[in-house]
Design a binder for this molecule. Sequence first.
Ligand code: SP5
Ligand code: ZN
Length: 338
Amino acid sequence: MIEFLAKNPDHAPPVEIFNGRRGRHAEVPRRLDVIEQALLRLESSKVIYPPSFQSLPDQLLSRIHDHSYLNFLASTQETETSAYRYPSVFPYRKSEPTKQPNGELGFYSIDMYTPVNQTTYASAKLSAEAAYNAALAVLNGEKSAYAIGRPPGHHAGYDYMGGYCYLNNAAVASKTLADHGQTRVGILDVDYHHGNGTEDIFRQVLKYPWFVNISIHADPNRKFPYFSGRHLIDEGYGLGINFPLEEGVNDGRYDEVLNKSLKILSDQKVSHLVVPVGFDTHEEDPLGDFRLTTAYYKLMAKNIMALSIPTVFIQEGGYNLRTIGKNIASFISGVEDN
Ligand code: SP5
Ligand code: ZN
């Protein structure tokens, strides 16, 4: 498998703020060091690094995200310092935008887990570039490709950042496929959390009539992002299908829901698939409460590949530094095993 690795070691928020407490930030640079070590031990891996990436077309992001949001993110390269700044206020309903720095930061944020400094925008763009390159690889005939970048992307919406995400990498990959004439793109989000940002972008801008977006995740009545992921989205174009799941989901239970999802994708005659992957579904993940085993990721990947649809994998979450290496190795062995 071909992997596009965007490690972005400069992007390193020290803390996240939850319920008024500061805790160590879960989305740390070491995640990708550990993953890189695991990839380099795999015979079948072909790891590609940023100097060899094709650069992100200028207009691509502005066809996914709001212009004002992108302008704000770009401006942080000049306005911010090396210190991370966190929002303290958030817009209320019918709020007006503002350029006042505290107001502007909060206006484009949904939480206090996703701070910015002067390097954030460049890191987010490089991570998006990995997704763009993985989509190109599949368009060029690879059966699958894996964008392994950080920061992650699936919580970043049309005009907001959140959940450690700034730019939506899965949307970048699917838009790239669509721009190259692939008209039946499906997304299957298997991160532990609801892919709210991806859903938002498909509702607000992409609106492909042929589009299917499925997310399997912890019930938002229990976990982040709280405000979405419970219902079927059917507004006349595309379909957003959500599977909110209970605490303690094990391999067998997950597999049942995965197979239901795969059946939908095949019934919808999806031609190309984008799969945001999170290992925060693992039994030892510090954020999640599912109980998937390392061995199951192999089966998960095999089941997905059994559809025989060209597939772009995108790294999202997974926060246990002792287990993400073997989890991604297990997953990739399942992709290769067909
Ligand atoms: C990409 C991704 O997986 N983003 C997840 C963002 C969810 N962040 C939730 C953080 C909750 C605060 N952690 C409290 C730790 C208690 N053990
Ligand atoms: Zn997650």
